[in-house]
Design a protein. Sequence first.
Length: 149
Amino acid sequence: MLRLALYQPDIPQNTGTLLRMAACLGLAVEIVEPAGFDVSDRHLRRSGLDYLDQVPITRHRSWAAFQAWRQAEGIRLVLATTAGALPYTQHAFRDGDCLMMGRESAGVPEAVHAAADIRVAVPMRSGMRSLNVAVCAAMIVGEAIRQVG
């Protein structure tokens, strides 16, 4: 199963959109806390509607806790980043990969960049900063699903 990791998300509507996408496409979701909003079930239900019962969600209390879990499970971390040198369409995704999306406001810190097994980017026109996190995730997840079936 492919996994979608959200690093300290700070916009609940984007998180809800991503949870709904994950439910519809059969992805597990890892939320790396702290988030910029209350990620209790009550608050997630407001943005994720009735899709939350259809997606496995694991909350990790910190980056260190997520890393320990990931390493113990042998899960490859694919980081979506504007600093990625490899276009996502040129990466060979594998079943079980965990695609990590950064904070909408700040991406991820250097320690997360350094820990990623692969860093991919969505190619954009020169001068553009970034896509919406949910749009970016949908593009990359679509390619990953196309590759792994």
